[in-house]
Ligand binder design. Structure first.
Ligand code: VGL
Ligand code: ZN
Length: 209
């Protein structure tokens, strides 16, 4: 078992209405992780939430390119998957799931706010160079290890976990606190990439949480 201590933080990724059943980009079973995440929140002193937060006409929206969702376009920073319009700044769908109950969380990092750049990761935008500030925030607070939970496991959670490793944090993925989209093998690829990067995978019960 890994004991949770002062150098640990819980990073809750994109627990928003649009990623839950009934939302614009629903992740199957996305709402099922809400009680798990709420329980995890009781064990951590440092909790940060990420919030996908796109302007209307965002580069990741299929409607912006008059293409179908799940097709791709070539962006300046590489291949961009196109999604249904989701998590538009200030919209109901961009709000956190109403059942999310993390009263002690200290910071919310909004990402994907630039019209021409997406950001799956909570640390770095899709250009792979522009930081969100999350790394510095955690570092300044003495965090050395992050536990990652939320949606979607194979996109924003995985990219956040991988960039956490890239920033020098120990990273533990809490698997039962996540759900995946699984688009064209993306889940298996994400799990393999995280294993190769040294991301540990645990369940909340194995952690005693
Ligand atoms: C996400 C696709 C587009 C996520 C965000 O939170 O995993 N996926 N925007
Ligand atoms: Zn998005």
């Amino acid at each position: 078992m890994r004991q949770i201590s002062a150098g640990d933080a819980l990073v809750v990724v994109d627990m928003q209405r649009d990623f839950c059943p009934g939302g614009a980009l629903a992740v199957p079973g996305g709402d099922a992780v809400v009680p798990v995440v709420n329980r995890l929140g009781r064990a951590f002193g440092t909790i940060v939430l990420t919030q996908d937060w796109h302007p209307a006409g965002h580069i990741s929206f299929a409607s912006t390119h008059a293409q179908a969702p799940f097709e791709t376009v070539a962006a300046a920073y590489g291949t961009q998957v196109l999604w249904p319009d989701h998590c538009v700044q200030g919209s109901e769908g961009a709000a956190f799931h109403p059942g999310l109950d993390l009263p002690s969380a200290q910071a919310i990092v909004r990402k994907g706010t630039h019209p021409h750049v997406d950001s799956y990761s909570g640390f770095l935008e899709a250009d792979r160079v522009t930081p969100t500030g999350l790394g510095g925030y955690l570092r300044e607070r003495g965090v050395e290890r992050i536990f990652v939970a939320g949606l979607a496991l194979d996109f924003c959670v995985a990219w956040t976990a991988l960039d956490g490793r890239g920033k020098g944090f120990e990273v533990v993925l809490i698997e039962d606190a996540c759900r995946a989209i699984d688009l064209g093998g993306s889940l298996a690829r994400a799990m393999a990439d995280m294993a190769a990067a040294g991301v540990a995978v645990e369940t909340s019960s194995a952690l005693g949480l």
